[in-house]
Write a protein that binds this ligand. Sequence first.
Ligand code: API
Length: 290
Amino acid sequence: MNDSSTGLPFLKGHGAENDFVIVPDPDGAIELAPEHVRLLCDRYAGIGGDGVLHAVRSAKNPEAAHLAADAEWFMDYRNSDGSVAEMCGNGVRVFVRHLLEAGLAEPGGDGTIPVATRAGLRRVRLEADGRLTVFMGRAELPDSTGIEVAVGDRRWPARKIDMGNPHAVAFVDDLAQAGHLLDAPSVSPADAYPEGVNVEFVADRGPRHVAVRVHERGSGETRACGTGACAVMVAAARRDGLGPEGLPATYRVDMPGGTLEITEHPDGQIEMTGPAVIVAAGTTTLVRQG
Ligand SMILES: N[C@H](CCC[C@H](N)C(=O)O)C(=O)O
């Protein structure tokens, strides 16, 4: 805890109600230990959030310095349990909304704002309707043979998909079958995801239209997950028999907190479009200068 009365600035924002505490720290001067992240995300003793978006200039962070020539800003994403993740899809939209509103970035010649992440460079475009589109790169689809997820006594086969972070996608008849998701679904075989996993449960709503609930690694059940929506779209497109000849294809992905539109192109590139809003700004004594 910071022992001075002066606090450090923070902002609060969300993308489809996947919510984040933004910690502006251009020079990387703030000590952001796991316990600081847990406190910031605590919905009673802190500000509350599914994660923290630590905004550091890429040149000032050893994990992002190699991307500094391409992206001035590094999104140092943390889950609410204090763990580090490679990428956050809803988070990068909120991150760019903050940069735009704070006058810290503007669209380049190609109309996008670049962001450095642990999963690499991601570009974000502001749409005419106010939503933001993230160019999410390509999904990796490792062999999923024998992968299952279980909640209570129910089990489902799952598709292993990597969006820079790990996902297990299970198709269910009814989202209520996933229960309360207070605990992480179990995944078998136990060594399938040594780094942990984000688990998505998917129910069909119509042609190229699904509804999803997600239990996130490091955050628990959230109202939406951007990388998860991308993983779900790719799994649904493969289940629907869409190969490169059937692309580009766009799926509507409804999550409890809102809707994301995911498009996969013939070259495998994935675009995610959705909302991002900053809802508050203030100061906090929950973090301190390093
Ligand atoms: N919990 C995820 C990171 C945040 C992903 C999610 N909030 C998103 O919008 O992509 C993980 O540990 O991989």
